[in-house]
Design a binder for this molecule. Structure first.
Ligand code: SF4
Length: 706
């Protein structure tokens, strides 16, 4: 139960915040949210299931609500708060603005830190090596391509800044972009890390992790959260049972989870690196100089040989069936279809079912790769021990540790892929999506991939069933005015004790914004639609000064932009022609100078683009943001729904479109005082049956149907 002491602490903090914010009006939506979150996490609704999902419209102040509700509770119960976001922008806002403000003015005594993936930190040891002479035996590693003079200077600058304490050693705080291949050589990685050496006490990564130990509030991204959960939780971050999670921008969680659970392997590429695995094992055994290394290195050689033989069988099988999986364009049938160009193709196994022979090889490959992993891990640990005992010199061990670490990572991914090919799908849940691609980068190869279609079970297993409590929130969680779609995606139920709340935005939608369903002759599926856009847009753009036009496809955006520039001499900033940041800066400059400004963008501009006040008064949406399933995983998902007797259009496409449309229209009003017009040029919202559902899911804008 939420104790009176915590209630009082929250009240006092909220009051103190109000006194330090100019024009602060206590909002009933915000206080309601604070109370609901605190009650849920304290177990007032359900002692075992302390999970609440919240859709909080723009302007409700949800970050203040969840921080104020969770931090006092976490402190009193000696738990941690882990706030996970999908975007860097929100992370920055929390770490640079919201949390410092709260700490300063709320009276709450807490520490917070941003937790980043290990690869975002430089390895001090590797950096020191990198600036030694290339041909020195201590150099320990070689660059894939020789660094240019300015890149060598960059490494020296980084090293100096680190020694002078002018840089914390993380990639994000280095003032200039660092070429990827340079950073790869000096980034921290767990396999080549020999932390116990005394000179490593100033390691940027470990210092950052030590700060994490002391922090009450950790800010992470969804990807790092998933990385920790997949390791069982409590490995990178605090254990789930000691953590209150706040998952902001929660609508991204299903996709990030799915991406984390998928795996791919290039057949010929894998044969290449597996051919070197025995050599790596032998080199490690030589360096270890102990009898105990002989057995794992011999076994590694033998099992690797068997592994290669099995993999060769898979390659021959695909080669022999290439005309079936990748027929010439004119003969394409079944599931085979062209992907990007004629030389690259993709074949998805229908219902995830693969040929029996492939499944048998997958079982063998899973077992053999597991054995190889066990042998190389043994060698790795023995080598580490040798270094600690002083039996192996560090400059000899380090490149080997890095090389074996790289092999371990590849073997882990290899094993994950074959495990998914060997698995017999349960009849109760969705099958895995499995597919094959022909790639032609440097040479022709085959890429085998697998991914879960649904991740709800995984999230239940890794997170919901283990955590002390969780808050899932976003401005767009509901689809078609219901939590059902989201619940299905993340594995929550209506009757499992989880709470659900929708909190409306305080904006005056009726009086501040008008939604016009424009009179159009053609619907987007008709070929004349683009011509009609070209005809209609000039007058619509002239309605106001600051215009954003959202398109559903690049080619249509580019075609319309070309015509309008040529025929109407309109100055348009088109997404992709400049960086997003440049476009926004330029746009704001025009608006500040009272000039007309027009931005053309696609779907990615409909989320996260923040143009408050005068910076956006005229929003035009050309087409409902329906997406056709194009990725193999989306296709497999549609197929599964059809097999189960459902309608993928109504149960997937329409809810997803509803969310995207809410996001797109949400660009217009960013503050309570903002005003403007949204024009929708897709009349399907009034001509199709699902259209009414889409319109009714939008905020209550003043609606005009022409
Ligand atoms: S502790 Fe590990 S990551 Fe840090 S500097 Fe040393 S080797 Fe590099």
């Amino acid at each position: 139960m939420l104790s009176d002491k915590i209630k009082q602490a929250i009240r006092i903090s909220y009051k103190a915040i109000g006194e330090n914010l100019t024009n602060f009006n206590p909002r009933k939506q915000q206080t309601f949210l604070i109370a609901e979150i605190a009650k849920t996490l304290a177990g007032d609704y359900d002692k075992a299931r302390k999970i609440i999902t919240i859709e909080a419209g723009t302007g409700t102040g949800k970050s203040l609500a969840y921080t104020l509700a969770t931090i006092p509770l976490a402190i009193s119960k000696e738990k941690k708060v882990c706030i996970s976001t999908a975007t860097v922008a929100l992370q920055e806002q929390l770490v640079d603005k919201d949390l410092p403000f709260l700490k300063k003015h709320s009276g709450l005594n807490f520490n917070f830190t941003l937790v980043k993936g290990r690869q975002r930190y430089v390895c001090r040891q590797k950096l020191a090596q990198a600036i030694t002479q290339d041909d020195s035996p201590q150099a320990g590693f070689t660059f894939a391509q020789k660094p240019k003079a300015n890149e060598i200077k960059l490494l020296h600058d980084m090293h100096k800044a680190l020694l002078d304490n002018d840089w914390q050693g993380d990639l994000d705080s280095w003032q200039d972009p660092v070429p990827h291949y340079i950073w790869q050589q000096v980034q921290s990685d767990k396999h080549s890390c020999i932390k116990h050496q005394s000179e490593h006490t100033h390691c940027p990564f470990h210092k950052a992790r030590d700060t994490m130990e002391e922090a009450d509030v950790l800010v992470v991204n969804h990807s790092l959260l998933l990385a920790d959960l997949e390791l069982g939780g409590g490995v990178i971050l605090p254990p789930p049972e000691d953590t209150y999670y706040v998952i902001d921008e929660a609508h991204h969680l299903p996709k990030v989870t799915r991406d984390h659970s998928s795996a791919s392997v290039n057949l010929k590429g894998a044969i290449d690196w597996l051919n070197k695995l025995k050599e790596t094992g032998d080199k490690m055994a030589n360096a270890i100089k102990s009898q105990s290394a002989i057995s794992p290195s011999l076994k590694l050689g033998d099992d690797c040989q068997d592994l290669l033989m099995e993999l060769q069988k898979v390659l021959s099988f695909v080669d022999n069936n290439v005309s079936l999986y990748f027929p010439e364009k004119s003969q394409a049938y079944g599931n085979a279809y062209d992907n990007k160009n004629q030389d690259e193709a993709l074949y998805r196994f229908e219902n995830g079912i693969i040929p029996q022979s492939l499944k048998n090889w997958a079982e063998d490959l899973t077992e053999l790769s597991k054995k190889c992993l066990s042998h190389i891990n043994k060698l790795y640990n023995l080598l580490m021990e040798s270094v600690k005992d002083g039996d192996c010199q560090i400059h000899l061990a380090e490149p080997l540790l890095a090389e074996s670490g790289f092999m371990i990572q590849r073997l882990e991914n290899f094993n994950a892929l074959w495990k998914m090919y060997a698995k017999t799908d349960s009849e109760k849940g969705a099958p895995l999506a499995r597919w094959l691609e022909k790639t032609t980068n440097k040479r022709q190869d085959y890429l085998l991939s697998a991914s879960p279609i649904e991740v709800g079970f995984a999230l239940e297993d890794m997170l919901w069933s283990k955590c002390e409590g969780a808050v899932l929130c976003s401005a767009t969680i509901l689809a078609l005015n219901s939590f059902d779609h989201f619940r299905r995606q993340v594995g929550l139920q209506t009757n499992d004790g989880s709470q659900y709340q929708q909190v409306d935005s305080p904006f005056d939608y009726q009086n501040n914004a008008k939604l016009v369903i424009a009179k159009m002759v053609n619907e987007p599926s008709q070929p004349q639609f683009t011509d009609e856009l070209i005809k209609q847009l000039p007058s619509l753009i002239k309605q106001d000064k600051a215009t954003l036009v959202l398109f559903s496809s690049y080619w249509q955006m580019e075609q319309v932009a070309r015509e309008l520039r040529d025929e109407h001499q309109l100055t348009i900033q088109v997404q992709g022609e400049q960086s997003r940041q440049h476009i926004i800066e330029q746009h704001k400059k025009y608006c500040d100078n009272d000039k007309d400004s027009i931005i053309f963008g696609t779907q990615s501009f409909s989320e996260g683009l923040d143009l408050p006040g005068k910076y956006l008064t005229n929003l035009i949406i050309t087409k409902l943001p329906f997406s056709v399933p194009t990725s193999p995983v989306e296709e497999a998902q549609s197929e599964y729904i059809t097999v189960k007797g459902g309608n993928p259009f109504m149960s997937l496409s329409v809810p997803e479109t509803s969310k995207k449309l809410i996001q797109s229209t949400g660009r217009l009003l960013r503050n309570e005082q903002d005003t403007g017009t949204i024009t929708l040029l897709d009349r399907r919202v009034v001509t199709k049956r699902y259209g009414k559902q889409l319109l009714d899911s939008l905020p209550p804008y003043k609606r005009v149907v022409e």
